[in-house]
Design a protein around this ligand. Structure first.
Ligand code: DHK
Length: 175
């Protein structure tokens, strides 16, 4: 059975396509889901695609991803990115490979959007490529899931040094 990637979207992303289209584009959330589904299927993955305006619901879905054995999480926490200790704690708890995504380049925008708490637990960040950020994230996560000795549960969110150590240990064992 295909492994599942959880794609979770935070507040106001239900308005995608009509909300500040000069920044967020014209693609609606339903269309983005279809784009993600076919991009994931092409890589051999199924998706669970959800959106909520509620912080706690996002926390519960992160926990659900772990409980159901998901391959990883793609998270656009939107307005909760810089404020939610609860979402950060959930990511730290589940230790799943996680790609933080943003449609816009958060670092080219207002300063209050720069300090992402999600980044502290994410494996990596893709920001600024419009809805393409999501398909890039799917490719990244699929690569991580496939790479032998690559980032797995053990190394998700860990700095590169830890990852090299883990890989080196694996190579030593293999010899
Ligand atoms: C979406 C939001 O809703 C904002 O709160 C973030 C992010 C940026 C995005 O670019 O997808 O600051």
């Amino acid at each position: 059975m295909a492994k599942t990637i959880y794609i979770l979207n935070g507040p106001n992303l239900n308005l995608l396509g009509t909300r500040e289209p000069e920044k967020y584009g014209h693609t609606r959330l339903g269309d983005l889901e279809a784009i993600c589904r076919s991009a994931a299927e092409a890589q051999g993955f199924a998706i669970v695609f959800r959106q909520s305006n509620l912080e706690g619901e996002l926390v519960s879905w992160i926990q659900e991803a772990k409980a159901t054995g998901a391959a990883g999480i793609i998270l656009n926490a939107a307005g909760y990115t810089t404020t939610s200790v609860a979402i950060l704690d959930a990511l730290l708890a589940v230790k799943l490979p996680t790609v933080e995504v943003h449609i816009t380049n958060i670092h080219a925008r207002e300063e209050f959007r720069h300090n992402s708490l999600v980044s502290r637990a994410a494996t990596g960040l893709i920001s600024g490529f419009g809805v393409e950020s999501y398909t890039l994230a799917i490719a990244a996560l699929a690569g991580l899931a496939r790479a032998p000795g690559g980032r797995t549960e053990e190394t998700a969110g860990a700095p590169d040094k830890t990852i090299s150590k883990t890989i080196n240990k694996k190579f030593k064992k293999a010899k």
